[in-house]
Each structure stands twice: as C-alpha cells, then as structure tokens.
Design a protein around this ligand. Structure first.
Ligand SMILES: Cc1cc2nc3c(=O)[nH]c(=O)nc-3n(C[C@H](O)[C@H](O)[C@H](O)COP(=O)(O)O)c2cc1C
Length: 326
C-alpha cells in the first residue's frame, strides 16, 4: 500500500532551497519548480538561458540536472523517498522531471551530503600541485555513472594535449565573439540573486593563487597562461546522444561527482567553452572521443590548496521566485 501523507509546504520550500545551491552555468539558475501535496515538477526557465553561447539549452539542462540531484538529496535528508520520472510529457519539453514524494526514512549519509552541498563552491584558484591519481579520477567517473551519466578521465598524454589545445582555442573564439562577450559581461554584473559576483572569482592581486579562467579579460585583470595545468585531472561527460535526456543525466552525474570531490578535498571546475563552440566541440568529438560519442561537458579536478582562504558563496534567487505552489 502506498502511503499518502501530504508533503508540508515548508518541506517543498526547503527542498527547493537546497536544490538552488546547485551549480549552474554563469549562475543563471535556469530552473522553475511547481509543487503540490505529492509532487515537485522541475521546468527549464528559458528566460535564464544563454542565447549566445547555449542556444540549444545544453548547459541549461545540465544545470537543471544538478538541481534535480540536489532536490533528491534534500528530500532524502528530510525523510522523503523520491520517485523521479524524467521528461514525463513529450508535449511539454520544458518539463524536465517530476519527483513524487512519499514518506520514508532519512538516508544514512544524508547529513554529510547536505553539508557538502553547503560547502561546495566553484573554486577557480590554483590547485595544489599534487596530481590526482588516475584511480581517484576513475572513481569520480564511476560516481557519475551511478547517476546514469557517462564520464571518463582523460589520462592519455596525447588526448590531454588535444583537449588542452581545444580548450584554449574555444576561449579565443569566444573572446573574439562580441555576442558571447556581451553575455558574459551581463552575467558578471547582475545585481539580483543570480550571476557571478567578483567576490567569487580569484583576486587579481593574488597572482600566485590565481588561475586563468573564462571570466578574465572582462571586468577582471587578464592573466595569460594555460587554462589547464599539467597536474589537473580532466574528466569528460559524454553520451551516445546529444539531447536533453543525456544532458539532464549528465547534470545529475556532475552534481554527484562534484559533491564526492568536495568531500575528498578536491576542487572541480567545469570548462564548458570547449563544448559551447561548435568548431571545438566537433573537433573534441573526433580527435579525443574517436567519433564514438558526443562530448557534453569537460571538467578539471585538482586538490584544493589548504593555504587558500574560504571563497564567498555565489547568490541564489529567492525560493519564492522559483517555486510555484499549486
Ligand atoms: C553546465 C555548467 C557549465 C559551467 N561552465 C563553467 C566554465 O566554463 N567556467 C567556469 O569557471 N565555471 C563554469 N561553471 C560553474 C558556474 O559558473 C558556477 O556553478 C556558478 O557560478 C555558481 O557558483 P557555485 O558553483 O560556486 O555555486 C559551470 C557550471 C555548470 C553547471
């Protein structure tokens, strides 16, 4: 017999609050939730889609997948079991998932997971110089796999060399693209509850602790140098299809991988430009993945520097703005 206790409004509110801590491209938080007494539905918010660099909504859907992961973790921690149906209605492509909530018992590691969600940041500062062992990278890829995503560590020297070259080329292409630059500037100067505030980026004055990243050369001082260091681990999310199903799963896998990295003292930084630029995405598919699969997202991982101070949290839209109760 299925238990039918109704989900209190405060519970829906708390689940969405935790889900909102998920990473999202440019901190766009491109999601909306609709909740009733038994279900939470996740919708893509197209008003927060990046038209210039994400016209298909790949990064948008990956971001929503990360929020879907966090919502399940929050529900579990609050003692609710979840049954998720992804893309439940083909007539509504923006309805990405429906989560049915039934009374359950808190999962054993729920509190640790919630703590990792609170602590996680995109930390673009330089990693510690110790390389991440291949076995550790493979373990992270397996965690994504458990969430229905596919990911593999790039450990072969020639694959890494090609990937690094394509990452640099993608950054150059976007720097030369006025629409991409304008979009980046916009999301660096939002004053509401979204976008990437300067406090979340490495201090330009702190050259030793800085690392080249996609937000440079905009409001921040330029740091010429490699985007990927020789000791960084590189992990690519891929799938046999390049569609919303694969993107949502990749987002769930990304969130699970990121929290596992956080708990292990590792930092993870997405490098999505190489996928956003069609020329480099296609080259990546052929030259790195041997045309066997579509690349969806590249991330680099490394040990967090223990010398670093803590990094400011990026803002979030208030729950009232992203949750509709029906
Ligand atoms: C799909 C996706 C793509 C991203 N791409 C990049 C990227 O190319 N470079 C980068 O520095 N951060 C990237 N990020 C990280 C976001 O900028 C970050 O999650 C957001 O600003 C919120 O900050 P937080 O992760 O510290 O909570 C990406 C995140 C997601 C989910």
């Amino acid at each position: 017999m299925t238990a039918t206790r109704l989900v209190p409004v405060e519970t829906l509110h708390r689940i969405v609050e935790v889900a909102s801590r998920a990473p999202s491209v440019h901190n766009t938080q491109p999601w909306r939730w609709q909740g009733d007494a038994r279900t939470l539905e996740l919708y893509a918010d197209r008003t927060h889609q990046l038209a210039a660099t994400d016209p298909l909504g790949r990064n948008l859907t990956i971001s929503c997948g990360a929020a879907l992961h966090h919502a399940q973790a929050a529900a579990g921690a609050l003692g609710w079991s979840t049954h998720v149906v992804r893309h439940p209605d083909p007539a509504q492509p923006d309805l990405l998932a429906s989560i049915e909530l039934t009374p359950g018992t808190p999962s054993p590691r729920a509190q640790e997971t919630l703590a990792a969600i609170e602590a996680r940041r995109t930390d673009r500062r330089r990693f510690n110089a110790w390389p991440v062992p291949e076995e550790r990278q493979a373990h992270l890829a397996r965690i994504a796999h458990q969430r229905g995503a596919r990911a593999v560590a790039l450990t072969d020297e020639s694959e890494r060399y090609i990937a690094e070259r394509l990452v640099r080329r993608a950054a150059d292409r976007q720097r030369a693209n006025p629409a991409a630059r304008a979009e980046l500037e916009e999301w660096l100067s939002r004053d509401a509850g979204d976008g990437v505030p300067p406090a979340a980026l490495p201090e330009p004055a702190d050259r030793a602790g800085a690392h080249p990243h996609r937000f440079e050369g905009t409001v921040r001082e330029d740091h010429p140098g490699p985007e990927v260091e020789a000791t960084d681990g590189l992990i690519v999310f891929f799938d046999t299809s390049d569609d919303p199903h694969a993107w949502l799963r990749a987002g769930e896998g990304l969130a699970a991988m990121w929290l596992a990295a956080e708990e292990a003292g590792l930092s993870l930084v997405p490098l999505s430009q190489v996928i956003e630029v069609s020329e480099t995405r296609q080259a990546f598919q052929v030259e790195v993945l041997g045309s066997l699969a579509h690349p969806l997202l590249l991330v680099r991982v490394g040990w967090r520097s223990t010398a670093g101070t803590s990094l400011a949290r990026t803002p979030r839209r208030p729950v009232s703005e992203v949750l509709d109760l029906v």
